[in-house]
Design a protein around this ligand. Structure first.
Ligand code: ZN
Ligand code: ZN
Length: 266
C-alpha cells in the first residue's frame, strides 16, 4: 500500500501542549512509502516519530532535504534512526552557496551550538548531492527550485503510477505559480506550505511562505487529488486551524490542514 505519513507538520519552531495535539507540534518530516520504496523528506523534529527499521549497507534509507533552515534539521541530533550502529542513511540535498549538506549540517551540530558532532552519531551516514532527477529504486524524484530566503528544493516523487509533490517553504508568487502547476499537474497528493491567514499575510509576505488559501488554490489549479497544508504557524492552535478548515474544503473537496502523524493512503 502506498502511504504518506506526516511525522512533523509544524513550521518554524516546534510547539508542545494541549493546544497542539490535533495538528501536531513537531516540525517538518514526511515518511513516504511508495512503489515498495521507503523515503524520508526533511529532518525536522518529526523525525523523532519515525520508527521504521534502519537501512542496510545494500539499501540505505534515503533522507531528502529541501533546505537547511533549522526547523527542517532539528530532528537530526536525536533521531532514533541515527543512534544505531547498524543503520545506514543517505542524506541528499542540493549544495547552496558553495556548501554541501555535510558542511551545512556540521555547522548546526558543532559546539557551542550542539555537543554531539556528526562523527559521534552512531549510524552510517553518507552525503549525496541531490540531482535534478534521482532514481531511488522504483521511485523517480524530480526537483524544482522554489522561492524562499536562502533557496529551497521542491520535489516530486513518482512511482507505481502515483505521484506526490512536496512544496514546503515556498512563496507561490505570480512568477512561480504557473511553473508549479506544471510541475505538480495531476498529482495524487500535494503537501504544500500554507502557514498564514490572509490577515497575517499583510505583514509577513516576505518571510518565504504563503496563505493557506493560496496553497489550496495551487492544488486546485494543478488538479491535485488530495491537498494537505503543512508548515503550520507556531501560534496556530488546534482551535484556530479547526475553525479555518471550512475555508479549505470550500475550495477543494479533499483539502485540509495536515494532522499530527496523519497517514494518507494514495
Ligand atoms: Zn520551514
Ligand atoms: Zn525555510
Amino acid at each position: 500500500m502506498d502511504t504518506v505519513t506526516i511525522l512533523g507538520t509544524r513550521g518554524s519552531i516546534p510547539r508542545a501542549g494541549q493546544e497542539f495535539t490535533r495538528y501536531g507540534g513537531d516540525t517538518i518530516c514526511v515518511l513516504v512509502e511508495l512503489a515498495g520504496e521507503t523515503i524520508l523528506l526533511d529532518a525536522g523534529t518529526g523525525l523523532l516519530n519515525c520508527d521504521i527499521p534502519g537501512g542496510t549497507e545494500e539499501k540505505p534509507i534515503p533522507l531528502l532535504l529541501s533546505h537547511f533552515h533549522a526547523d527542517h534539521l532539528l530532528g537530526l541530533p536525536m533521531a532514533p534512526l541515527l543512534m544505531d550502529t547498524d543503520n545506514h542513511i543517505d542524506i541528499y540535498a542540493q549544495s547552496r552557496f558553495g556548501m554541501d549538506a555535510e558542511e551545512r549540517i556540521e555547522r548546526l551540530l558543532s559546539p557551542p551550538i550542539w555537543p554531539v558532532t556528526l562523527e559521534l552519531l552512531p549510524a552510517w551516514i553518507r552525503y549525496r548531492e541531490l540531482p535534478n532527477t534521482l532514481q531511488l529504486g522504483a521511485v523517480t524524484v524530480e526537483t524544482m527550485e522554489g522561492c524562499h530566503p536562502d533557496g529551497v528544493t521542491l520535489m516530486k516523487l513518482r512511482g507505481g503510477g502515483k505521484s506526490i509533490v512536496f512544496l514546503t517553504d515556498c512563496t507561490y508568487t505570480e512568477d512561480i505559480f504557473p511553473k508549479l502547476t506544471g510541475f505538480a499537474r495531476g498529482c495524487d497528493l500535494m503537501l504544500c506550505d500554507g502557514q498564514y491567514s490572509d490577515e497575517e499575510w499583510k505583514t509577513r509576505s516576505a518571510f518565504g511562505h504563503n496563505t493557506w488559501k493560496r496553497a489550496a488554490q495551487l492544488g486546485l489549479a494543478c488538479g491535485a487529488k488530495k491537498i494537505r497544508i503543512i508548515h503550520h504557524d507556531p501560534f496556530h492552535t488546534d482551535r484556530m486551524l479547526e475553525e479555518a478548515e471550512p475555508q479549505l474544503s470550500a475550495l477543494h473537496p479533499d483539502c485540509s490542514f495536515a494532522l499530527a502523524r496523519e497517514e494518507i493512503k494514495l
